[in-house]
Design a protein around this ligand. Structure first.
Ligand code: SF4
Length: 379
């Protein structure tokens, strides 16, 4: 089984009001250079916790933060280190997250020549008022222009991120956003319901009553619209939040849902080698400091036992519309899931959250909105 590589780039032009990711405001090319040096050292380190140095890899994903703030020369150094350390598959899926107004035609050409063949494009919404409220630092025109630049540079695999349930957003607003995204014909869509994270400015605004709290019923209606519109546009759902033209399903993210190995580098990066989960230091300065001193950036290491592995496999598989096949599961883990959870499954079926058909367990549409209810059975 080939592994995936995740690299975290923790810099953004400004901080969005809803964000709780490990990210810092971009200060200078020098600060980014120093971080890139550390990242390269972590990849090259022969003593790092990642055990199979010549593992074959078939996906690379640069996430953030805003990886499109990397200069091509910085990206080139990281890509060079990956090629030294891993056997890179010729058909690799190489994704870089990009935000509107952070790239030029020239930069995109350089990215492509370094092997980037998929753009994960952070649109979020085409509504300028909402973009301002979220402190996104770009407007809808920037998003449309950047999308044109991506196509002109030859990107034929583009994913949009959109957020539903923004404060004050109506069902009509959401539908209009979705329709605009679909008219632009991306190959892939990641559609998320807004989550309010403690400690963010948005959480404070909601608490103080300056912004309305999320409305569950409206979110469910938005989700339903999402499923109808994407299916009609030829991008069927394949995962709770993901939709794709057939053949353009995200190969990298699918590794997480299938419990396949992903080696991760950079601040706050999370690795999984098929048995052990490892998390890196979450503070950027401290991460760089540890690497520069030749110390390990890993701050948490959990070896999953057979029970944890099988439970994780169960609820991650359920995120996918293909569902969980009881027979395959029994072959892999020796557990008759249908018997072990008979009572729980009966209850969830009664609530309309799951459906069992010909030995395959799937979330219903309602189950996708309330998926945590179902997943809690396994944890
Ligand atoms: S661009 Fe993304 S990672 Fe950066 S602050 Fe905004 S939400 Fe967070």
């Amino acid at each position: 089984m080939k592994a995936g590589i995740y690299l975290h780039v923790p810099f953004c032009k400004s901080r969005c009001s809803y964000c709780d990711f490990a990210t810092d405001v971009y200060r200078s090319a020098e600060a980014v250079d120093r971080y890139v040096d550390a990242l390269v050292r972590e990849i090259r380190n022969p003593k790092s916790e990642i055990r199979n140095p010549k593992s074959e890899i078939d996906t690379v994903y640069f996430g953030g933060g805003t990886p499109s703030l990397l200069a091509p020369s910085q990206l080139e150094r990281i890509v060079g280190a990956l090629h030294e350390r891993f056997a890179v598959d010729a058909e690799i899926e190489f994704t870089l997250e990009m935000n509107p107004a952070t790239v030029t035609a020239e930069k995109l050409r350089d990215y492509r020549s370094l092997g980037v063949n998929r753009a994960s494009f952070g649109v979020q919404t085409f509504d300028d008022r909402a973009l301002k409220l979220l402190a996104r630092g770009h407007d809808a025109r920037d998003a449309r222009q950047t999308f044109e630049l991506l196509r002109a540079a030859g990107f034929d695999n583009i994913s949009f991120d959109l957020i539903a349930g923004l404060p004050g957003q109506t069902l009509e607003d959401w539908t209009r956003n979705l329709d605009e995204a679909l008219r632009m014909k991306p190959e892939h869509l990641s559609l998320y319901l807004l989550e309010i994270h403690e400690g963010t400015p948005l959480a404070e605004q909601v608490r103080s009553g300056r912004r309305p709290a999320p409305d569950d019923e409206l979110a469910a209606a938005m989700y339903e619209t999402m499923l109808d519109r994407t299916a009609a546009a030829g991008l069927p759902q394949y995962e709770i939040s993901n939709f794709a033209r057939p053949g353009f399903e995200a190969r990298h993210n699918s590794k997480y849902w299938r419990c396949e190995p992903v080696f991760a580098f950079g601040v706050s990066a999370h690795s999984f080698d098929g048995r052990t989960r490892r998390a890196n230091e979450r503070d950027t300065n401290r991460y760089v400091y540890l690497i520069e001193r030749g110390e390990s950036p890993v701050v948490e290491e959990i070896e999953l036992d057979a029970e944890q592995l099988s439970a994780e496999f169960a609820f991650l598989s359920l995120r996918l519309t293909e569902g969980l096949n009881f027979k395959d599961y029994q072959t892999r883990f020796g557990i008759d899931l249908n018997r072990q959870y008979a009572q729980e499954f009966e209850r969830l079926e009664e609530y309309g959250l799951i459906a069992i058909d010909q030995g395959v367990l799937r979330l219903t549409q309602k189950g996708m909105v309330y998926s945590n209810e179902v997943f809690s059975v396994f944890v």
